[in-house]
Write a protein that binds this ligand. Structure first.
Ligand SMILES: Nc1nc2c(ncn2[C@@H]2O[C@H](COP(=O)(O)OP(=O)(O)OP(=O)(O)O)[C@@H](O)[C@H]2O)c(=O)[nH]1
Ligand SMILES: [Mg+2]
Length: 368
């Protein structure tokens, strides 16, 4: 079965709602019929309710994806649909148009050319001529291009009981670093982790203020330094506190001055050294924040940060604000680094763990 059909089946809201209704009815039926087996039933009921809640959770995540990716979908999925309506049979012109649609969606030139080539070969081999089928095959290829074997499928930050996990957040000006830090902290506080934010962006006084406001709002501890204080010394203070007071997670805000690229990269490598010295046994993450609305420029940023600091993952922000949702595929193709989270709005809970199926479903499948 092609991915589109699979995702439609998996995520189709109507079907899920029906199933939920059915399950709810079943639970009450079971309870009514089997009063005598009260004990067994209560266990079954608990299991069913848990399953129900899990389904509802995944449903609400999907709604967030659907809503957040609305602009991208309206552009991408609509273009695919109108293209398939225009042609009865595919021809070279169809593939040329498809290429344009992918480039416009920010899938990136290299990946687009690879995908179109593969699409041509497969469609010829399978003798496909129907545009709808070609579009379905396209989504399959996009999915398979993203997936990597032997990669950890769990994108959540990892924890060990002995040492705090240290998460360095990097990225150029204005991409959403501070907001994403608040969102991440909030996510893990909700998972009962003891979280500490370190405001090591001492370049701008306002940056510390902004982070303090967020920390207060989400009730998270924070370590700050003075304006223009050496960021590494603020970091030092934060890591000491985290060790002494048994924090589970330390999230570090950094400055993002691109005009001073060499200085910025030097500063980041100095901070990495401090982390390695003070917390040698901690799990370490370096997450790059990329603003989805900056398009292919984001891919270039990712390349320079990757070379300078090494990265364990990417957070793509402002996915809700762009019609070019393909950037996720492009970055993955160029660098192979996994997208760990995506930002789908300005609120503190508008951060979702990246889910390829939900992403493709929300981006590619026209629900109108
Ligand atoms: N729509 C939307 N806006 C976002 C998202 N993430 C961040 N923003 C907005 O982007 C703007 C910049 O966010 P910041 O968190 O201050 O960015 P920053 O990288 O810390 O910026 P500097 O510290 O100046 O380098 C703010 O107005 C945020 O509300 C998102 O996922 N969606
Ligand atoms: Mg900031």
């Amino acid at each position: 079965m092609g991915l589109i059909k699979f995702l439609k089946e998996k995520f189709s809201k109507k079907k899920e709602e029906k199933e939920l209704d059915k399950k709810e009815n079943n639970i009450s039926e079971v309870n009514e019929q089997n009063d005598s087996k009260l004990e067994d039933n209560s266990i079954k009921k608990e299991e069913d309710i848990k399953e129900l809640n899990d389904n509802k959770d995944s449903n609400s995540d999907l709604e967030k994806y659907d809503k957040g990716l609305e602009k991208s979908r309206k552009s991408f999925a609509n273009k695919l649909k109108s293209l398939s309506k225009k042609y009865k049979k595919v021809n070279q012109e169809y593939f040329d148009n498809l290429e344009e649609v992918l480039i416009e969606a920010d899938v990136g030139v290299k990946l687009t050319l690879d995908v179109i080539q593969e699409l041509l070969e497969k469609s010829r081999k399978e003798k496909l001529e129907d545009p709808e089928e070609i579009n379905e095959l396209l989504i399959d290829i996009l999915f398979l291009k993203y997936v990597k074997e032997n990669e950890d499928k769990n994108l959540e930050l990892k924890f060990d009981s002995k040492n705090p996990t240290i998460c360095l957040i990097v990225g150029v000006n204005g991409v959403g670093k501070t907001t994403s830090i608040a969102k991440l902290a909030y996510r893990y506080i909700k998972q009962n982790k003891k979280v500490l934010i370190v405001a090591a962006d001492t370049f701008r006084a306002a940056a510390v203020d902004q982070l303090e406001i967020w920390a207060k709002r989400i009730n998270c501890d924070i370590v700050t330094g003075l304006n223009n204080q050496d960021p590494a010394s603020v970091l030092y203070k934060g890591l000491e506190k985290a060790k002494n007071e048994n924090y589970d997670l330390v999230i570090i805000d950094t400055a993002g001055r691109l005009q001073n690229k060499v200085n910025l990269m030097n500063e980041l490598s100095k901070m990495s050294k401090v982390i390695n010295k003070l917390s040698p046994d901690s799990i370490k993450e370096t997450l790059l924040i990329i603003d989805a609305t900056t398009g292919q420029n984001g891919v270039l940023q990712a390349k320079s940060f990757y070379e300078a600091t090494g990265l364990t993952g990417i957070i793509i922000t402002k996915m809700d604000g762009t019609s070019k949702g393909g950037i996720i595929l492009s970055i993955r193709d160029e660098l192979g680094i996994p997208v760990r989270f995506i930002g789908l709005g300005e609120k503190v809970d508008d951060l979702e763990l990246f889910d390829l199926e939900k992403y493709l479903y929300s981006l590619c499948i026209n629900k109108e």
